[in-house]
Design a binder for this molecule. Structure first.
Ligand code: NCD
Length: 308
């Protein structure tokens, strides 16, 4: 049984196949409209979500399957004290594939140990978010036409931002990458990512506090929200939340072919005036997220080879 818990659960070859399949789905939507007929996706979301849950659901519906699930812990037996393992085991009797989001790191991994259907981690605490990574990879591939030889700036909450952790892990597998990590000292990337990924793989990286001095070097700028729900106190959040606000003025020195990504939701970190700049691709990214989840589910359900 193949699950997707950590981005490294997929080999580069498998990632490549998923991205190519997503590209084929984009080109030939009709061909895929009934591939998942009779299949059910369960979305078990113990934490708020708009894009991830709805894109999973839209993805399954567009493949001809159906969806069931819950969108908050309060609406499930978790509120009565049921364990993740028991809930997952129960749901596996009703569905063919599970997408789970949970505030606790490791919860989807636990679920995957108790069921005989694929489990997809749709975000576990401040840890990983592998399907956002697939979304980000497809967005980069489509807009830059390559996944190697890139200088990528990550900006904002690099400490708690799980999308950043997963994307750094994955991008580190491609050739000739360079990372510029832009954050206040309190929100720097965790040591384990530095040690287990960046230093171990000899990836050149730089940690800076200011965006202005590095923006002209970047091919990709990955903006993130300060993760309020993971802070221990509100005062720190308020002090740090508006550290970076990307405006058109700040983009004056940036490359004309820079691409600006954001996993969304945006709070204040990108001024809305940037939305119409051709370098802003975060709303395209939202749509790529649906196509890549269609491709991923087909692959995990073993249905990727059934379409001619
Ligand atoms: C992200 C998440 O949940 O980690 N959102 C998403 O899934 N697109 C980013 C965030 O919440 O800031």
């Amino acid at each position: 049984m193949k699950h997707l818990i950590d981005p490294t659960d997929l080999s580069l070859k498998e990632i490549d196949e998923i991205l190519s399949l997503a590209e084929d789905i984009i080109q030939n939507r009709k061909k895929y409209s009934e591939v998942c007929k009779g299949k059910k996706l369960a979305t078990l979301f113990y934490e708020p979500s708009t894009r991830t849950r709805l894109s999973f659901e839209a993805a399954m519906l567009e493949l001809g399957g159906s969806v069931l699930g819950f969108s908050s812990a309060d609406a499930s037996s978790a509120a009565k004290g049921e364990s993740v393992a028991d809930t997952a085991r129960t749901v596996s009797k009703y569905a063919d594939i599970i997408a789970m989001r949970h505030p606790k790191e490791g919860a989807p991994l636990v679920a995957s140990m108790y069921v005989d259907i694929p489990v997809i981690n749709a975000g576990d605490g401040g840890h990983n978010h592998p399907t956002q990574t697939l979304t980000d990879l497809l967005t980069i591939k489509e807009t830059k036409k390559r996944l190697d030889n890139l200088t990528v700036g990550f900006c904002g909450d690099l400490k708690f931002g799980r999308t950043v952790h997963s994307l750094i892990k994955q991008l580190s597998c491609y050739e000739n990458m360079k990372f510029i990590l832009i954050s206040p000292p309190e929100l720097q990337i965790p040591d384990y990512i530095k040690e287990e990924t960046l230093l171990k793989k000899n990836i050149p990286f730089q940690e800076v506090c200011e965006m202005d001095t590095v923006i002209n070097d970047l091919d990709i700028l990955y903006m993130t929200r300060v993760q309020r729900e993971r802070f221990f106190n509100e005062a720190d959040y308020i002090r740090l939340k508006d550290t970076y606000i990307l405006t058109l003025e700040k983009l004056e020195n940036a490359k004309p072919d820079l691409k600006i990504l954001h996993p969304l939701p945006r709070v204040n970190e990108i001024a809305t005036e940037v939305d119409n700049d051709p370098r802003a691709v975060y709303f395209d990214q939202v749509e790529y997220g649906k196509f890549v989840r269609m491709a991923l589910m087909l692959k995990l359900l073993g249905l990727d080879q059934t379409v001619e």
